[in-house]
Design a protein around this ligand. Structure first.
Ligand SMILES: [Zn+2]
Ligand SMILES: [Zn+2]
Length: 297
C-alpha cells in the first residue's frame, strides 16, 4: 500500500489526488506517498483505495524504462506574460494570408499527408494535428460509466502511462486551455482542469530540456506552424501537473471562493490555538518552578 508522510508543498495552493478538490495551506502542509508521489489532504489519505503505483510490478518496469526525457536535464519555466514570447507569441500575432500559405507549404513538406495542415476558406484559420505527450506524475480521477455499475458515474483513480501520446485534431484558434480540456475528455478524467497545464518542450543542444508552461490563451497549432519543421523532435507538447502560485481565481465560482476563505480561516484558527497552547505549557512549567521556590524560602 501507500506510505503517506507529512509533505511540504512547493506552493500554498495544490490539488488533492484523492478527493480532487483544492489543497489550501499557508503552511503548505499535506501528505504525500513516499513511493508514488501521490499528494492529498491528510484527512483524505485514509480514504485512498487505489493501490500504490510503486507496488505494481508492471508499472515499475515501465518506470525503469530509459525514458527519452530522463536523459536530459529538465528545467521547468513559466511564462508570466505574453510579451516574453516574442516571435512565438500566438495570442496576438497576426500573419497575412500569404505568410500563412507559405509557412503551411513549408510545414507540409516535412510531414506525411495525414499530419498536414490545411488553410480554411477565410484565409486566416487553418486545421491540423498536434501530438501531446502525457507526463503526469500523480494519479487522476476518472468517470467509470460502464453499464454494469449501479450508479451512473462512479469515480475511480488510475495512472496514465508516462510518455503516452494523444493526437488532437484542432484549428489555429484552439487555445491551450481548450487542448487541456479535450485531453481530459479523451481520458474521461473528472479532475479539475486547473490541476493540469500544457507545456511546450524545447530540447536545447547542451542536453537541456526546457518545459515552458503555456499561457491559457496561447494557440498550440499556430505555435506548431511557427516552429516550422513538423518532423523535429526538438519541440513538442506535454501535459503535466500545474504546480504554480499563479492560480486563475476567476475560474472558480463565488461559492467555491467562499469555501476557500473558510478553509483558510480554519487553518488560521488551528495554528493560533496550537501556538497559544505551546506558550501556555511553557508558562505553566515556569510558574510551577516559581511556586516551588516560594515554598522553599
Ligand atoms: Zn503510493
Ligand atoms: Zn482531499
Amino acid at each position: 500500500g501507500h506510505n503517506f508522510e507529512a509533505y511540504e508543498l512547493k506552493e500554498w495552493v495544490n490539488w488533492c489526488d484523492a478527493c480532487g478538490s483544492v489543497i489550501l495551506s499557508l503552511f503548505r502542509k499535506c501528505v504525500s506517498c513516499s513511493k508514488c508521489k501521490m499528494v492529498c489532504h491528510e484527512k483524505c489519505a485514509t480514504t485512498v483505495s487505489l493501490t500504490c503505483e510503486a507496488d505494481q510490478h508492471v508499472r515499475s518496469l515501465t518506470l525503469n524504462d530509459p525514458n527519452a526525457l530522463n536523459r536530459y536535464k529538465t528545467i521547468v519555466q513559466e511564462t508570466k506574460d505574453e510579451t516574453t514570447l516574442k516571435e512565438f507569441n500566438t495570442i496576438h500575432r497576426v500573419l497575412s494570408t500569404e505568410e500563412i500559405q507559405e509557412r503551411i507549404e513549408n510545414f507540409n513538406q516535412t510531414v506525411k499527408g495525414s499530419q498536414q495542415m490545411t488553410l480554411q476558406d477565410n484565409g486566416e484559420t487553418f486545421r491540423g494535428f498536434i501530438r501531446v505527450s502525457m507526463n503526469l506524475m500523480r494519479p487522476v480521477s476518472v468517470h467509470d460509466s460502464t453499464k454494469t455499475s449501479r450508479k451512473p458515474t462512479r469515480k475511480a483513480s488510475f495512472y496514465i502511462d508516462k510518455g503516452a501520446l494523444k493526437a488532437l485534431h484542432l484549428t489555429s484558434d484552439t487555445t491551450s486551455e481548450l487542448v487541456v480540456q479535450a485531453l481530459l475528455n479523451k481520458y474521461s478524467i473528472s479532475d479539475n482542469p486547473m490541476k493540469f497545464a500544457l507545456f511546450e518542450k524545447q530540447v536545447r543542444e547542451e542536453g537541456h530540456v526546457i518545459l515552458r508552461k503555456m499561457l491559457p490563451r496561447e494557440r498550440p497549432l499556430f505555435l506548431r506552424l511557427l516552429w516550422g519543421n513538423g518532423n523535429s523532435d526538438k519541440r513538442g507538447f506535454i501535459l503535466q501537473e500545474n504546480e504554480s502560485r499563479d492560480i486563475h481565481w476567476e475560474s472558480f465560482s463565488v461559492a467555491e471562493l467562499l469555501m476557500f476563505i473558510k478553509i483558510l480561516d480554519k487553518e488560521e484558527n488551528d495554528y493560533i490555538a496550537e501556538i497559544k497552547r505551546k506558550y501556555k505549557n511553557k508558562e505553566t512549567d515556569i510558574r510551577n518552578a516559581i511556586s516551588h521556590q516560594s515554598k522553599r524560602s
